[in-house]
Design a protein around this ligand. Structure first.
Ligand SMILES: *Cc1c(COP(=O)(O)O)cnc(C)c1O
Length: 371
């Protein structure tokens, strides 16, 4: 039922297959393996490995590290994942993608997959999903979307249009344990066309023979749709979240987090000592402290993030945007309010004062030592 609800949430057909897994890392891996089995002679590949086939896939430079890892684990090799440059909005540049595909075909490679990201980790940007779906259709590629947290924005009426095209994907990976507020772990993979996922994973072992009724009924089993045999009842907690809160409430959480993010970005932009480093699409705000008193701003911002984390007050992370270190704030919790954003900025300001006082002191000591 949870998998069917998920299919409905994302505009997949009701007979789409899916399975609940640890997280989007595993969900992306399953989708990518399913895609490799979708190429010509997929069945043969399952028996003999990819042996010599020069399969290549494509993802934006901002794709999550687990996509490259999936290529590695699938035996394709990380280099078989081509990293497509981004445009000014931190989305995959589709023209660059087309050029890469053409070049690869010329060089004798077999393009088979394009991975779009709906909600990149670094900036929350969304790849142009409709354009990617068109291109995948034209080029005969499997179109997978990593929507780990961002896919859930489909539940928010104000943000859903940003995800147009998501419903055209051949497969989707996303997490209930991010914006859907479900406790870890609760990832999910959906595959549009029935039969594809089972074709990639089902083993017809004699002791697992399927029956029309009794304990061995109900094929395909979840072990036919991924690598796990024994698994926990993840669907129960997801069922409670969906049945208890409802998708409308979860959509409101998404709308609320994104409004907080826009508010924070606005405050950053009006502050003399803060600099916004990337446009805010969803719930991620990347910015940094700037001051003429410190030469190495990466050092300063890195120390400030650690100061904040260790203080226990707030927990931003870091990333690199355009070559500089960014303070990355990702707002996901339904209990986070504007007051928390104020606490974050106040704490950042206090720690900055402390760091700058240290810097001034050191300068003074150095000057005196020279004098
Ligand atoms: C979180 C995230 C992942 C990894 O998901 P896990 O649930 O941690 O395995 C992959 N891609 C994106 C875009 C993410 O935000």
């Amino acid at each position: 039922m949870v998998v069917r609800w998920a299919a409905e949430m994302f505009g997949f057909p009701p007979d789409a297959t899916g399975v609940l897994v640890t997280g989007s890392s595993m969900a992306n891996f399953i989708a990518i393996l399913t895609a490799t089995r979708n190429v010509v002679d997929g069945q043969d590949m399952r028996l003999h490995g990819i042996g010599g086939r020069r399969l290549v896939g494509y993802a934006g430079e901002s794709a999550h590290g687990c996509v490259a890892r999936a290529f590695d684990m699938a035996g394709l090799g990380e280099h078989a994942l081509r990293r497509v440059p981004l445009n000014a909005a931190y989305q995959m540049d589709t023209l660059a993608l087309e050029r890469l595909i053409a070049q690869d075909r010329t060089d004798g490679f077999e393009p088979f997959l394009v991975v779009g990201t709906a909600g990149t980790v670094d900036t929350g940007s969304i790849d142009p999903l409709n354009a990617l779906a068109d291109l995948a259709e034209r080029e005969g590629l499997w179109f997978h979307v990593d929507g780990a947290f961002g896919a859930l924005a489909r539940l928010a009426p104000d943000l859903a249009p940003l995800l147009a095209g998501l419903e055209r994907a051949n497969s989707l990976a996303f997490d209930f344990h991010k914006w859907a507020q479900v406790p870890y772990d609760a990832g999910c993979v959906l595959v549009r066309e029935p039969g594809r996922q089972a074709a990639a994973f089902a083993q017809s072992l004699a002791y697992l023979s399927r029956e029309d009724r009794g304990l061995a009924a109900g094929a395909p089993w979840f072990c036919d749709l991924g690598p796990d045999l024994s698994r926990g009842f993840r669907a129960l907690k997801v069922w409670f979240a969906l049945a208890g809160f409802g998708t409308e409430k979860l959509g409101q959480v998404v709308t609320h987090s994104c409004a907080l993010a826009r508010g924070l970005a606005g405050q950053v932009q009006t502050s003399a000592h803060l600099q916004l480093l990337a446009p805010v699409t969803l719930n991620v705000v990347c910015f940094r402290v700037v001051t003429s008193e410190v030469e190495d701003l990466d050092w300063l911002n890195g120390e400030l993030v650690k100061d904040l984390q260790v203080s226990g007050i707030v927990a931003p992370s870091t990333t690199r945007i355009g070559g500089v270190l960014a303070i990355r704030v990702a707002l996901v919790n339904h209990r986070t309010t504007e007051a928390d954003v104020t606490i974050l900025l106040d704490a950042l300001h206090s720690f900055m004062e402390v760091r700058l006082a240290q810097v001034r002191m050191l300068k003074l000591v150095e000057e005196q030592a020279q004098a």
